[in-house]
Design a protein around this ligand. Sequence first.
Ligand SMILES: [Zn+2]
Ligand SMILES: [Zn+2]
Length: 254
Amino acid sequence: MMLTNFHTHNVRCKHASGNVSDYVEKAIEEKYDMIGISDHAPMPKYHKDRMDMSELNGYIEEVNEAKQKFHKQIKVYSGLEIEFYEEFNDYYKELLTKLDYLILAPHNYFYKNNYYSAFDIQNDTMLIGYFETIFKGVKSKYFKFVAHPDLFGFTYNFNDVAKEYTKRLAELCIEYDFILEFNANGLRRGIKKVHNEERYLYPYKPFWDIIKEYNVKVLVNSDCHNPKLLNDKYDLLAKSLAKEYGLNVVDTCF
Ligand SMILES: [Zn+2]
Ligand SMILES: [Zn+2]
């Protein structure tokens, strides 16, 4: 299996450190075969706390320069991690002409004209909206994989609705040959108490138990916001947990 990571940030998102080449150099040092740079995408609306639209071209240039500079040591891919809003269809298409890939990030979403945060799901309606948004994103074919598809575990415990929608997601992934991400950054957040459960916020095991049943392809990613964290103990833990859970782990989305 190749050593890879397709979920990597940089200083532009305002909550990460290091520039693109810092992450690429660290990946080379750790003997990675591939690294995908995927900072939070600038958005025409809703998200102002990250890379500005005016920084996008500079970001893409920097990734392309790293591709050239390090091409003998590592394969570098250019990407963005981005939320899915149907109103931005043209924007996703435009980005795909400039970048190698997009990651579907369900951090925020609209459902029945309400705007929600996946970090604060409080009832089944919000949970259904979360999953429905991912379903639309998968069907759009703009994305290579869903980042932390179990992010609802941040505030919500697994119930019958979660079970039903996780099954639907798994079926859709099989139909579309779509990959789900097993995200090490959830492990870095530590074990927390969510209502009555003491656990990692994500990866959230009952979700992955269902994904395993369907044999959906799973990509383990670092989601590192600091170059030092690439291949850290949480990346290694994520890889061993994914194996322990019996998941169908793949090493690339290309
Ligand atoms: Zn981030
Ligand atoms: Zn991320």
